[in-house]
Ligand binder design. Structure first.
Ligand SMILES: [Zn+2]
Length: 179
C-alpha cells in the first residue's frame, strides 16, 4: 500500500486543507500502519507540550536571573575585597610587630632613652627626629645585621605601600566598599 502523501500529512496536520484532512481521515480508517503512526505522533506532541522543559520562561525571568547573577558576583567581589583588606592589616601588623620586636631585642631601654634624648636634642622637626632615631639605632646594632634587616623591612614596607595604594585605588574605582 502506498502511504504517501498521508504519512507526510500526519506530521503536517495543522496546515492541511479541508479536502486533505478528509482524505487523510479516510486513509487512516483503512490503513493500520498510518493510524499507528498518527497515534504515536500525537502522543509525542502531547508529551512535548506537557513537559516543563518545553515551556517558555515566564516574563521577566531572564532579567531576574541576570540581576541575581550580578548581585552574586558583586557579593563575591565584596567578600574578596574584605579578605584582601584583612590580609593587608595582618601583614602590616606583622611587619610592624617584628620591627618593634627586633628593636626591643637588639637595643636596651637605656639605649632607647639615649637615642631619644640624642635625637630630640640634635634634631628640630619630627621628620628629622625620626631619621635621627633610625640612624642612632643603626649605629648601635651590628652593621651587617642592620643592613639585612633594613633592606628586608624597607622592601616589605615598600611592597605594602604599593599594595595599599593599589587596593585603595581599585576599591575607589569600583566603589565596592561604599555600598
Ligand atoms: Zn497508510
Amino acid at each position: 500500500m502506498n502511504h504517501q502523501p498521508y504519512e507526510r500529512w500526519i506530521f503536517e496536520s495543522d496546515s492541511l486543507t479541508h479536502a486533505e484532512q478528509e482524505a487523510l481521515a479516510t486513509h487512516l480508517a483503512t490503513c493500520k500502519e498510518c493510524a499507528r503512526l498518527r497515534q504515536k505522533w500525537s502522543q509525542l506532541e502531547e508529551e512535548a507540550l506537557s513537559s516543563p522543559v518545553m515551556l517558555a520562561p515566564q516574563p521577566g525571568f531572564t532579567r531576574r536571573w541576570r540581576h541575581s547573577l550580578i548581585e552574586r558576583r558583586q557579593r563575591e567581589q565584596r567578600r574578596q575585597a574584605w579578605r584582601f583588606f584583612l590580609f593587608l592589616v595582618a601583614a602590616t601588623t606583622l611587619v610592624f610587630l617584628s620591627l618593634v620586636c627586633i628593636l626591643l631585642l637588639t637595643t636596651s631601654p637605656t639605649e632607647w632613652i639615649q637615642a631619644a634624648v640624642h635625637t630630640l636634642a640634635t634634631t628640630a622637626s619630627t621628620f628629622a627626629a625620626a631619621r635621627g632615631l633610625a640612624f642612632t639605632w643603626l649605629s648601635l646594632a651590628p652593621a651587617s645585621l642592620n643592613i639585612i634587616i633594613g633592606i628586608a623591612l624597607g622592601l616589605s614596607f615598600s611592597i605594602l605601600v604599593l599594595i595599599w595604594t593599589f587596593a585603595i585605588w581599585k576599591t575607589a574605582l569600583t566603589g565596592v566598599w561604599n555600598r
